[in-house]
Design a protein around this ligand. Sequence first.
Ligand SMILES: [Mg+2]
Length: 258
Amino acid sequence: MTALLIDLDGVLYETDEPIAGASATIQWLQENDVPHLFLTNTTSRPRTAIVGKLAGMGIDVTAAKILTPLVAAAEWLSTNAQGPAALFVTPATLEEFESIDIAAADDMRVASVVVGDFGERWSFAELNRAFRLLMNEPQPVLVALGMTRYWKAEDGLRLDTAPFVVALAHASGVEPIVLGKPARPFFETALAMLGAAPGETLMVGDDINGDVGGALSAGIRGALVRTGKFRPEDLDGDVRPDYVLDSIADLPQHWSSM
Ligand SMILES: [Mg+2]
């Protein structure tokens, strides 16, 4: 293996506690110049906030090494859909789109419609604005920042990104490009950023489907860690990880034989 993709939640930390040995493994990566990126599906916060959270746990990571669906979207759009992008994302994350041309709210023609964490900002008017933009000819691309169906908020379950993307895709007939694990374009963006070949790259994660399954379907090797959301029955399913590690702390000692 020559390059690494590493999940954050459940691999480097659980809730607000670092996983034992995580910080030493990150230091080992940096000292040995192992090409790597941290892959997370977080779309509610910019990388600067993630860097701060990790630093608070003694884990030293720079923003340039973190790939979120927001960053992948900006990267993907810059090569695949040049022109104004209509963003349906949380305002706190707009800093991740500094490199692209952001459409004004009254722009009628755009090159892309990007749907992420928009929560309570959705209204019929906003959903219909996205729909009308998608109905133009030529049709813009529809970019989904992940396809999570719902999440558990303090007051109960809440709709996530997928239901809105599916509604827009259904009405407009535009197939969404999904950037976020386990979708292949997200992993391909990561490989392009690293300049790495899929067969020489290892994804380390705690989610048998999102991390390992997604990586395998993009031709990337997958290592499952027994931390975070790992359950022993994960090893009995259809997705077969290439490696199983007790935790990220074990990576340096196995790396040369992987
Ligand atoms: Mg995870």
